[in-house]
Design a protein around this ligand. Structure first.
Ligand code: HEC
Ligand code: HEC
Length: 400
């Protein structure tokens, strides 16, 4: 019997028990007990006949069974609502599906919009752990930009980020806020929306649109989206040991003379949140090659200048935000243009980029030649790092 069933069953049983004691109080105790027993039996039978359906798409991380507050629950409903796109059919979860660690299940380099022939130019990043992203800012000590949402940091908060796909032509394709709010008014969670944001929440359209985005942010901030239930997390908490291969991989990952991955993807707690997030949220041009496949799509391909285009600063051209590596084994393809399909290719790229075998960088300015490109790792060392990366997937199950 599923846990859900037991908890729903017991709520129902509690109702019957209260009814039995409060309303049947004038009956003699043996009869009360009899009613109670019948109630329990019925509850269990119903439970057995109608197991609470487990929604494949929403309940990815069974290890986390959270009660969401009304605003978070509303946000979750919005996140999964395929009626919010134009034409209907695409929700946030279409490109950020929990089962795929909040990335696109189609695993194309770039995602399909509500109009199925429309594509953007960038790979759908995971939404998991995005809530830890600091505000976009310039760090004068490190002389570089940090934080912000999207590959180029252009959205300051999750709330502002959430408004964008709803109105983007190659994503959810609503023509304006009115179109979104009209869809909201017809949603089956309309009452929940009004109870969270007030009976007049629809009156001001701009406000209603903001509330929608705020609720999505509330959901994205829950532990359902960032559960910290990977093998690595249990290792850090001293609850298990990593295998020899995984331990070797972690050492190479951290070693500045070997993988040097932790230079940008720290495996130590983030100073702001104290959580281990495997990104320092800085920006770099790794010299990622053009993804030729993108040229064949109807997306009007031009080289992606990343942070440089957002800031209109040539010194930042070709730089993209360092990605979290949490759940990285489930979020292929990789890099901002989805050019690599496997972690083996990514490792080979970091190790051997400078041999030239991957083709010229998409953006040739500002390529980082100091920290990657010619690592001289052996095949075994690269395998070890990948074994370590696989410990970062949430929903780890203890085998005993
Ligand atoms: C058609 C696919 C698609 C849909 C639908 C979509 N997204 Fe995205 N999402 C993307 C892509 C692609 C990016 C990266 C775009 C960029 O960097 O310019 C992204 C970026 C993000 C990010 C930034 C993550 C980070 O760490 O920087 C968040 C958060 C996010 N999306 C949430 C949402 C929400 C909320 C919705 C629904 C309102 C949504 N997305 C709908 C494809 C999609
Ligand atoms: C100099 C900083 C830096 C170093 C060192 C570095 N990375 Fe990265 N990493 C980045 C940046 C920046 C991106 C995103 C680049 C892009 O998409 O253009 C990234 C992206 C990735 C991705 C793809 C993430 C995704 O969601 O698509 C993987 C996997 C990865 N790095 C693994 C590693 C490993 C393993 C190492 C060590 C061998 C390493 N990185 C070293 C900065 C770095």
């Amino acid at each position: 019997m599923s846990k859900n069933c037991i908890s729903i069953g017991s709520i129902r049983f509690n109702v019957i028990r209260e009814a039995a004691f409060n309303n049947l109080g004038n009956l003699r105790p043996p009869i009360r007990l009899f009613v109670l027993a019948i109630g329990l039996l019925l509850t269990l039978m119903q439970c057995r006949e109608q197991p609470v359906p487990v929604d494949e798409n929403t309940s990815l991380f069974p290890a986390v069974d959270l009660a969401l507050n009304p605003a978070q629950l509303l946000g979750k409903k919005l996140f999964f609502d395929t009626l919010l796109s134009n034409p209907v059919g695409r929700s946030c979860a279409s490109c950020h599906l929990p089962k795929m660690s909040f990335t696109d299940p189609e695993q194309l380099a770039v995602s399909r919009g509500a109009i199925k022939t429309k594509f953007g130019q960038r790979n759908s990043p995971t939404v998991a752990y995005a809530s830890f992203t600091p505000y976009f800012h310039y760090d004068s000590r490190d002389e570089g930009y940090v934080g912000g949402l999207f590959w180029d940091g252009r959205a300051p908060t999750l709330e502002e980020q959430a408004m964008s796909p709803l109105l983007t032509h190659h994503e959810m394709n609503n023509t304006d806020k009115t179109m979104v709010v009209d869809r909201l008014k017809k949603a089956d969670y309309r009452d929940l929306f009004l109870s969270v944001y007030g009976a007049h929440a629809f009156e001001d359209e701009d406000k209603a649109f903001e509330y929608l985005a705020e609720a999505i942010e509330e959901f994205e901030e829950t532990a359902e989206v960032s559960p910290f239930t990977s093998k690595f997390d249990y290792y850090i908490r001293g609850q298990l040991k990593l295998t020899d291969e995984e331990m070797r991989g972690l050492k190479i990952f951290n070693d500045t003379l070997k993988g040097n991955c932790a230079a940008c993807h720290p495996s130590t707690p983030d100073p702001l949140s104290n959580a281990i997030l495997f990104t320092d949220y800085t920006y770099d041009n790794l010299g990622v090659p053009v993804n030729e496949a993108l040229k064949k799509l109807d997306s009007g391909f031009v080289p992606d200048l990343g942070l440089g285009a957002f800031l209109k600063k040539p010194s930042e051209n070709g730089k993209f935000k360092v990605s979290t590596l949490r759940n990285i084994a489930n979020t292929a393809p990789y890099f901002h243009n989805g050019v690599f399909k496997t972690l083996e290719e990514v490792m080979d790229f970091y190790n051997d980029r400078d041999s030239g075998k991957f083709g010229p960088p998409e953006v040739t300015e500002n390529v980082n030649h100091d920290e990657l490109g010619n690592l001289k790792l052996t095949d075994q060392e690269m395998k070890d790092v990948i074994a370590f990366l696989k410990t970062l997937s949430d929903g780890y199950k203890f085998s005993d």
